[in-house]
Design a protein around this ligand. Structure first.
Ligand code: FMN
Length: 135
């Protein structure tokens, strides 16, 4: 099974999460600057909420996907808002790509809110989630 990991981060939280997925899958986590060039069975796609939206880099990356990815698993964090799932799903639908119903989301520190998140507990939950996804 071919797995890929791509993420975007501004303050390091999504990178922390991507590193856990990398450990569990044995696949290097890469930034979204690196396009997907080969067929992939599962793509773990990591993003976060900024000003209620997602970064343009993530949008550009999604536009670059075309039929090379069989299944996408969203992972994200935010200080207050729900996950990036619905925004990512909407963008993928424009490319006729389905987003897996399973996702991972947790709180991410923003200023004084949720200090230390994602914390060890969040990352342990993520590890379990990844184990379940890859079987
Ligand atoms: C510039 C900026 C804007 C943000 N805006 C929101 C927001 O509108 N809603 C929210 O819930 N969290 C917001 N956050 C919090 C981030 O979603 C949270 O810190 C996330 O874990 C950041 O992930 P990253 O470190 O991978 O960039 C914002 C963070 C930053 C840096």
């Amino acid at each position: 099974m071919k797995i890929a990991i791509r993420y975007y981060t501004r303050t390091g939280h999504t990178q922390k999460m991507a590193a856990v997925i990398s450990e569990e899958t044995g696949v290097k986590a890469e930034l979204m600057d690196l396009p997907i060039t080969e067929e992939v069975d599962i793509l773990f796609l990591g993003s976060a909420v900024y000003m209620a939206g997602i970064d343009n880099k993530v949008k550009e990356f999604i536009r670059s996907l075309n039929g090379k990815v069989k299944n996408i698993i969203n992972f994200s964090s935010a200080a207050v808002l729900p996950s990036t799932y619905s925004q990512i799903k909407g963008l993928l639908e424009k490319q006729n790509i389905l987003l897996d119903k399973r996702e991972f989301h947790c709180r991410g520190q923003f200023k004084a809110l949720h200090r230390g998140r994602p914390n060890q507990k969040d990352l342990d939950k993520l590890r379990e989630f990844v184990k379940n996804v890859i079987g």
